[in-house]
Design a protein around this ligand. Structure first.
Ligand SMILES: [Cu+2]
Length: 119
């Protein structure tokens, strides 16, 4: 078999250098834990155009996840991880918070999704 040309080698390397999601791989799964009274992590960084799945879990009590500007909302039932899939299209900072009253401290239970501009 003929060895690959420089041009073919370059093309192969270029494809491997692309982020997995551009190559059509599965979405990136980001685990997010909702506990009294904080989301971990409370800052989620994603790339515009990157398909992601937030895997939400609540080890203690029923929680909510709400990011209205991104159209995302779910109850998080203990023992039942919930998946929210989305592909951010607009760069910026989008607040999220717990929208199920979970005790005193609930009001400060929030975070931000930071969407970087599409490459
Ligand atoms: Cu809450």
């Amino acid at each position: 078999m003929k060895p690959p040309s420089r041009r073919q080698l370059f093309a192969m390397t270029a494809v491997l250098a692309l982020p997995a999601w551009v190559r059509g791989a599965a979405p990136r799964v980001i685990p997010v834990v909702a506990k009294k009274f904080v989301f971990v992590p409370d800052e989620i960084r994603v790339q515009g155009g990157e398909p992601v799945v937030l895997e939400l879990s609540a080890p203690e009590v029923l929680m909510g996840f709400s990011a209205p500007e991104l159209g995302l909302r779910a109850d998080i039932v203990p023992g039942q991880p919930t998946r929210l899939a989305f592909t951010p299209r607009k760069a910026g900072q989008f607040a999220f918070s717990c929208d199920v009253f979970c005790g005193s401290g609930h009001e400060g239970m929030d975070g931000v999704i930071v969407v970087a501009a599409e490459p």
